[in-house]
Design a protein around this ligand. Sequence first.
Ligand code: ZN
Length: 222
Amino acid sequence: MKNFLLAPSIIASDFTRLTEEIHACESAGADWLHMDIMDGHFVPTITIGPLFVQACKRASKLPLDVHLMISDPEKYIEEFAKAGAGNITVHVETCPDLPKVIKQIHSLGCKAGITLNPSTPASALDSALPFADLVLVMSVNPGYSGQTFMPEMIAKVEEIRNKLNALRSTAHLEVDGGINAQTLPLMKNAGATAFVTGNAAFKNPKGTAEGVRALKEIASSS
Ligand code: ZN
């Protein structure tokens, strides 16, 4: 049976209560903690860096799913690996030679993820697909938390799912951007196996644990 993973995105959490938020995610069944790293250069916003990742590592037993939305990621991969990253995902728009960067990530003992912006065609990942542990489809334009899901990305998930199946790849197919109780099932039907969620988890009126629990239930249900 397939394993469906929920990855709450920590930048949507209340940083003044970081440990509580992380423990709520853990107790409610989150599988990974997703970290959206933005540099104010590849994307307009600046978010968190390696020091914050390190703090989350100290507070959590969950694998840290680090998504680098930064220019020249090769220069910083080692620092994020040392900070405790489990998965490190890089954008094809920032890495012309993805297979080489995947090797670098593997050499540091991390799982390697590859991703692409909504406007980049799925074929941009072809040369690297056989080597990736994780493929991430952005279902919003990267740069801000709280954006609206782009339904056109469902077809891209289907396309990449077919490619991964043809390669007999066991890589996770993850989706990121506007994932909530309505959009998660659409992406799951299209072939996604891991779901990043921001506000739908952390801004639930009944609290973070309930937000995570409800989404995990939808991800796991058949
Ligand atoms: Zn992300």
